[in-house]
Design a protein around this ligand. Structure first.
Ligand code: NDP
Length: 329
């Protein structure tokens, strides 16, 4: 008899009403792919929260195992790049959206989607980073490419106590930036300062409708909030600065003007992690291995068990999760 493993399955009835259940699957239930991985750790990202709660149409194939990130060990492969025993990470590529994802004991995926687990990083650490942390690194790399290095002036991080935000604060501070952390949770100020923030500001300062231009406060920004927050960050960016935009936790709109772009030469840098090419992923994970302090990573993450994924999914959508959540299988 085939070995079973536990999984979370999201289904939809004829009226398109979504339901979520724990179930047992076998490898025969998995979707097509040339590499099968024993999942050792996963995580709960904001997108996973949206998928499980059904708050946004993340899932586009029914029924589906959600979960956009995993780390684990290859158990079988017909892909020349991977062999049994290889330690691998997967982030994105539609996994947990259109392809069976991480919330199962096994995952079968395309080998081209996998990257090797960097030296010195465990499966647990890799999921403490997860898509949120890898995206934070993509944002840092985009600012660097634009010449926003630590000597150019402060960098603001919005949604700072969240997953992308916490990792961004840690990486930027390790690289010597003066980090201004914006949060709606004032009680998290000591946490953000421990991660390396030089200043903590209230999210209220950035949540009202933005003026076309406001006083210049920072050389750059990493924004995971969108909407008025991103508009304010842009209007407060100094001449020639840049803002990496990766999220929509506060809204998908951007009620801004062209003033920061045409009067201050500010650049808006769009960041997508899901379809990022393999070379970019490999560089981001190399940089994570080099520039992310593992002690800070441990302090910004909490660990839960497989049975707690659904609760964490609801909490992250309600803005109640601090930092990153790791799921040990
Ligand atoms: P989290 O929920 O961990 O963090 C989001 C943070 O945003 C919250 O912790 C909170 O921070 C802040 N926030 C939440 N709601 C609001 C609001 N209404 N107004 C202002 N601030 C708010 O999520 P993640 O860090 O995992 O993801 C953040 C965003 O980035 C999401 O939109 C996600 O979809 C996106 N993302 C995009 C990726 C890409 O490829 N472009 C990849 C990964 C994530 P605080 O309490 O400190 O104010």
């Amino acid at each position: 008899m085939s070995e079973t493993f536990k999984a979370i399955l999201v289904s939809r009835d004829a009226d398109k009403k979504q339901s979520v259940a724990m179930t047992d699957l076998t490898e025969a239930d998995l979707m097509e792919g040339d590499v099968t991985v024993a999942v050792e750790a996963t995580t709960v990202n904001y997108k996973d929260g949206l998928a499980i709660t059904g708050k946004a149409p993340v899932i586009r194939r029914w029924p589906l195992v959600p979960g956009i990130d995993f780390a684990g060990t290859v158990i079988s492969s017909s892909n020349p790049d991977w062999r049994k025993g290889d330690k691998v990470i997967l982030n994105g590529w539609g996994v947990g959206e259109t392809h069976f994802g991480a919330y199962a004991g096994r995952a079968r995926v395309k080998g081209d989607w996998l990257v090797p687990l960097p030296e010195g990083i465990s499966a647990h650490d890799a999921m403490a980073v997860g898509t949120a942390g890898y995206t934070a690194m993509l944002c840092v790399m985009a600012l660097e490419r634009h010449g926003i290095l630590s000597d150019r002036g402060p960098v603001v991080v919005t949604g700072a106590a969240g997953g992308v935000g916490s990792v961004a604060v840690s990486i930027l501070s390790s690289l010597g930036y003066h980090v201004i952390a914006s949060t709606g949770r004032n009680a998290e100020s000591p946490y953000l300062i421990d991660l390396g923030a030089a200043e903590v500001i209230s999210r209220d300062e950035l949540s009202q409708p933005a003026k076309p231009l406001a006083k210049e406060r920072w050389a750059g920004g990493i924004d995971s909030v969108g909407s008025h927050t991103l508009a304010n960050v842009l209007s407060m960016t100094s001449y020639g600065g840049a803002v990496a935009a990766c999220g929509l936790a506060g809204g998908m709109d951007l009620p801004s003007s062209v003033a920061p772009f045409i009067l201050r030469g500010v650049s808006l840098l769009g960041i997508d992690s899901v379809m990022a090419p393999k070379a970019v992923r490999l560089e981001a994970w190399r940089r994570i291995g080099a520039d992310l302090d593992l002690q800070k990573l441990a302090s910004l993450s909490t660990t839960i068990g497989f049975d707690n994924i659904m609760d964490a999914a609801r909490d992250i959508v309600d803005g109640k999760i601090r930092g990153r959540v790791v799921v040990d299988m």
